[in-house]
Design a protein around this ligand. Sequence first.
Ligand SMILES: [Zn+2]
Length: 155
Amino acid sequence: MTVELDNTDVAIVKSLMQDGRKSFRAISRELKISTPTIKARYDRLVNIGLIKSIRPEIDISKISTKDKKKLPNELVDYIKNQKKNLRINLDNIKIKLECEFCEGPIHEKPTVLKFADIERFFCCTSCKNDYKEKYGGRIQSLIEQYEENKKIKKA
Ligand SMILES: [Zn+2]
């Protein structure tokens, strides 16, 4: 079975990747999508088997060296492998893209707008241009922010 995900599904997964304990209400505020919708989408993502589990990230530095030796092997193995604390099953996943401007489906190849480290997908060139016009100020400030961060990293 192939499962189709849309922009909302992907946004929810991305949000949970930052903090798996986040409440539906927090995700709702972040994505500006209603809480019941977030809950329904989340339940669906679990039901279709995309989200396998959300597990704690453990900070080993909080445990003294002496106590580390007392940890059960299971826990030591878990801590070593905990990069994947949000387990996602990528088999059979198809992403259904929606146009960032008109929210219509993108059938063939999307028209892509790239700025800073961001990519936005559109159904056609006119949606892309309208988006650029409408959000020009925001795009500009994101670019400036991105350049600024790059400078800070280099310094
Ligand atoms: Zn469009």
